[in-house]
Write a protein that binds this ligand. Structure first.
Ligand code: CS2
Ligand code: MG
Length: 402
């Protein structure tokens, strides 16, 4: 069997998505997500100019060999652009293999380890009353696990909080917009937020919170400690993680569970965090972590150290990534939770899906492959439109982590 065609489909039904499509001489094709929010075209160029032409004539069944051909063959290893491009190809090849086996992908991975996949959604508001109302709505929709973000008094706009009447979309402008941040105001307010939520909704909900890399290790330690009475499911990305050692300080001070890894792209970004048991959940998902072939290695390493998966699932990960991730979640023994920021009906008019969502839980569906397909004619109606993520400054003008 041979690969006879490999191409990239870029579309923007409400936001940009990059999809790899690989076709075989037996007519079976597979698709993979290769979307890197705000840097989509760099991945497209890497795929079109270098990786896809070298796939023609290769046996699509040799996934492992193709993975190493791309990873080792580039000489330049790792990095978000390379690993996202590789993930698009790898996911498409797993889709092909599962279709050839006439199996849903989770069966090929080893069969399901659970009956259903717990998802968390986002509840956010510009102030405390609107955030409490958002949590109530998410609970009514059936979610057992809810990520809570709230505007901080005295700070004009905050990461994770939607503009009035709109769904939250971080890549909000043609060129980066600027926001202002105050660590002091945030640290003073956040324990009050979770106190209010536990007082209103009781102990049963799983509560999550994303710091989006904005603290230093000692500040994160303080926050984790002050949030302990509210028993978070996790505190996400408390600090930028280039310095894996930094998490030791957080760990020494708090029992609040830590999640990290949505911006990682390799097992080497989290190896130390996992082996030293400095985190509880690893968020690196298929599209940014070199595909199923590589994320499976991360999950297996994590399982040795009681670290569970908590895949990133914002809307900038396309339904194709979501489909593949759900098969992985169904199988992986050390599953924790799956993020769910629902795709809009417009996005779903371009991508059809076999996965189903009901009352806070997913099932991946029984269609052969990962069960997600792209309607190319529909996709062509929505051309690429540049959209960048914002940058963030402290109140004195210092450029900070967004
Ligand atoms: C976030 C994302 O979902 C999350 O946890 O951190 O919304 C993130 O900001 C975007 O995916 C960036 O592309
Ligand atoms: Mg996050």
């Amino acid at each position: 069997m041979k690969i006879i065609a490999a191409k990239v489909i870029v579309c923007s039904p409400g936001r940009n998505f990059v999809t790899v499509k690989i076709t075989t001489d037996e007519g079976v094709y597979g698709i993979g997500d290769a979307t890197l929010n705000g840097r989509e075209k760099s991945v497209v160029s890497y795929l079109e100019d270098y990786l896809l032409p070298a796939l023609i004539g290769r046996d699509p069944q040799r996934i492992e060999d193709i993975w190493h051909f791309i990873y080792r063959g580039a000489y330049w290893r790792r990095g978000p652009i390379g690993m996202t491009a590789l993930a698009g190809i790898d996911t498409a090849l797993w889709d092909i293999k599962a279709k050839l086996a006439n199996m849903p992908l989770y069966q090929l991975l080893g069969g399901r380890s659970r009956d259903r996949i717990m998802a968390y959604t986002h509840a956010n508001g510009k102030d405390l009353p609107s955030t409490l109302a958002a949590v109530a709505r998410a609970r009514e929709a059936g979610y057992q696990a809810i990520r809570v973000q709230c505007g901080v008094p005295g700070v004009a706009s905050t990461y994770g909080v939607a503009k009035e009447g709109e769904d939250y979309e971080p890549a909000d402008a043609d060129l980066p917009t600027e926001s202002v941040w105050s660590t002091e105001k945030y640290l003073n307010f956040t324990p009050k937020l979770f106190h209010a939520i536990r007082s209103e909704f009781g102990d049963d909900l799983h509560l999550l919170h994303d710091v989006h890399h904005r603290l230093t290790p000692i500040e994160a330690a303080r926050l984790g400690k002050e949030l302990e009475p509210y028993r978070l499911f996790w505190l996400e990305d408390p600090v930028p993680a280039e310095n894996q050692e930094g998490f030791k300080l957080i760990r020494q001070h708090t029992t609040t569970p830590i999640a990290v890894g949505e911006v990682f792209n390799s097992i080497h970004d989290c190896r130390e965090l996992i082996e030293k048991q400095l985190i509880d959940y690893i968020r690196t998902t298929i599209v940014h972590g070199g595909g199923i072939t590589h994320v499976r290695r991360i999950a297996d390493l994590a399982s040795l150290y009681h670290v569970r998966t908590g895949f990133h699932g914002a809307t900038d990960l396309s339904p194709v990534c979501m489909g593949a991730a759900l098969h992985f979640d169904y199988w992986v023994p050390n599953f924790g939770v799956q993020e769910h920021m629902p795709h809009s009906p417009l996005m779903e008019s371009v991508f059809s899906r076999a996965y189903e969502f009901k009352n806070g839980y997913f099932t991946p569906g029984e269609a052969p492959g990962h069960g997600v397909d792209i309607d190319e004619a529909e996709a062509a109606k929505y051309p690429y439109k540049r959209a960048c993520l914002p940058v963030n400054r402290l109140e004195d003008g210092t450029l900070w982590h967004w």
